[in-house]
Design a protein around this ligand. Structure first.
Ligand SMILES: [Zn+2]
Length: 561
């Protein structure tokens, strides 16, 4: 099959546009239909990438203009008039700084496949070839795609690989390192002034080695970390690369650096878990509509758990740092009221409308399948170790799942559960019903015993005086104190305090926007206060009975013995 041949050029990168020209085989048809993805794998939201496409034109071999008709929100139909190849030109605006969108500026371009390439509808199996024409002064292009016959030309065997291979073009700092003979690349762009690259490379190398020891071998022949210091956050996994977005200060404090190492480790773990070992629904992808699966908790939860575990096994975090990261997850889950409303499988199914579309009520009705998935992984790990007297662990589940289900088909939820039960050699029905498919409170006792941990005693309030608490979170907006979030079962919820209410006074005395805590210190839990608020500018008074600030009870520590 003839490839679609694209060229990407950046004649005026400061205007945030990439110019695309595609030579599309017309396969003997009177018209061809081109489509653009509406989402990109790993990021479960319909993003309508075609909204940034403009000036789509088409020409025959002699340069004669061909008719282009928009046939759907993300599709274009082109009359071929018998031409064997049509040349399609368009431009794409890219100025959204996220791991799944495009960013083009005078210094560099970060280009993702889904928001950039129109392809033949239904012709995803065809090879796709890309030639990059860098902007003036740019010297390098970095991608996990195989290099083609010319400099800055790359080949994807199919559309999936093209979409799975983001590109960084400009003058990135490129650091190459080998792990057991397999090349890995850390490509830094953005403001690299303060980033300690030699240290990052050394630690990354140790983490990559820990991943290989975990799985047994690399599933790729070369791997690229695209690391953008652009004051944005997040990561996105790909089969032979990942994208990390971070701050210019990422190596300057221990806390920020550990987050960066954990992020890199998380995305690398995905090279196995989800890019190869995957739920049956996640491939081959329909790029034009939502793809639902109840197994994102396996995809993201296990990955989040092992992302941290493998940083620890690589010796790049201390035992307490590992426990603190795990405690953050447990604490987040156990203080989110939505854990009683949605199970981790429901949260997976609803990723498109919940996790990726949060609002002020989200904590009341939903949990994150990342967070609960990681906590469930921790409990499951303990359960397997306990049932097999330490002979086997969740590691074996992941490795055996990879051996069985990393082919073209993927696993069903029942198959994943059955495999876990085989490894544990016990029936996990009750655990699955309670912790995976249900919303029961999780039981940590077995995990604490197995790993010889305890939750830190909460201790008394500072100065022995319990702290009065309204249970709403607030924000300051233009000097006004506004309610940002009201969680269920809190004094604010019971009193009828609403999101966006402006807190004006407590007991007839004005509350300055930055003084709410100071004012609450004048009261004790159980005191009744009158709260003057402005709701859409109308003043009203609410009676509120103050509660006591809940102690932090979900911090793990080793048992003394
Ligand atoms: Zn992930």
């Amino acid at each position: 099959m003839d490839p679609i041949r694209y060229s990407l050029s950046f004649p005026a990168p400061h205007t945030h546009y990439v110019e695309v020209r595609a030579q599309v085989p017309s396969v003997g048809r009177d018209s061809v239909e081109l489509s653009m993805a509406v989402w990109t794998p790993g990021s479960y939201l319909v993003r309508e990438f075609s909204r940034h496409v403009e000036s789509v034109t088409a020409a025959g071999p002699a340069g004669n203009a061909l008719r282009v008709e928009k046939s759907a929100k993300n599709r274009w139909r082109i009359e071929t008039r018998g031409a064997p190849t049509v040349t399609v030109s368009y431009r794409v605006y890219g100025r959204e700084m996220s791991v799944r969108t495009n960013w083009i500026e005078s210094d560099f371009a970060f280009v993702n496949g889904a928001p950039t390439f129109l392809t033949l509808a239904g012709g995803h199996a065809r090879p796709h070839e890309v030639t990059i024409v860098p902007a003036s002064g740019w010297t390098r292009s970095i991608t996990a795609l195989d290099p083609g016959p010319r400099f800055h030309t790359y080949c994807a065997p199919d559309y999936d690989t093209l979409v799975d291979s983001p590109m960084l073009i400009g003058n990135p700092e490129v650091h190459e390192f080998l792990v057991d003979g397999t090349p890995h690349v850390l490509a830094n762009a953005g403001d690299t002034t303060f980033f300690d690259a030699p240290r990052a490379v050394k630690d990354l190398e140790a983490i990559v080695r820990a991943h290989k020891e975990f799985w047994g071998s690399f599933p790729y022949s070369r791997y690229v970390f695209i690391n953008l210091m652009t004051e944005a956050g997040g990561g996105l996994e790909h089969g032979r690369s990942s994208v990390l977005m971070t701050s210019r200060w990422a190596t300057r404090t221990r806390k920020a650096y550990l987050r960066w190492l954990e992020l890199a480790s998380h995305e690398l773990f995905h090279a196995w878990n989800v890019k190869r070992l995957r739920p049956i629904e996640l491939g081959p992808f329909d790029y034009e509509r939502e793809v639902l699966t109840s197994s994102l908790w396996v995809v993201e939860g296990m990955t989040d758990y092992y992302g941290d575990v493998l940083v620890r096994r690589a010796g790049r975090s201390s035992a307490q740092e590992f426990l603190d990261s795990l405690s953050d997850k447990i604490e987040e889950l156990q203080t989110t009221p939505g854990r009683a409303v949605r199970s981790v499988t429901q949260a997976s199914m609803d990723a498109w409308i919940k996790l990726y579309r949060p609002d002020e009520n989200t904590p009341n009705t939903a949990i994150s399948y990342y967070t609960k998935g990681a906590v469930v992984a921790f409990l499951l790990d303990a359960k397997i170790r306990s049932a097999t007297r330490g002979e086997r662990s969740l590691d074996d589940v992941m490795r055996e799942a990879y051996a069985h289900y990393s082919g073209t088909r993927g696993f069903t939820p029942d198959e994943f559960r059955a495999l876990t039960e085989r490894v544990a050699a016990i029936d996990l029905g009750a655990f699955w019903r309670a912790a995976v498919e249900g919303t029961d409170e999780l039981d940590f006792s077995e995990a604490l015993d197995v790993f010889r941990l305890q939750f830190k005693p909460a201790g008394g309030p500072p100065n022995g005086k319990p702290k009065a608490w309204i249970g709403a979170t607030t924000k300051i907006d233009s000097g006004r104190l506004l309610v940002a979030q009201v969680r269920r079962e809190t004094p604010a919820f019971t009193a009828g305090l609403n999101v966006d209410d402006e807190v004006v006074a407590i007991d007839q005395v004005r509350v300055r926007a930055d003084r709410l805590d100071e004012r609450l210190e004048q009261y004790l839990p159980g005191d009744r206060i009158s709260l003057l608020v402005a709701r859409r500018d109308r003043l009203l008074t609410l009676d509120l009975v103050l509660g006591a600030e809940p102690p932090r009870t979900w911090r793990l520590e080793p048992r003394p013995a």
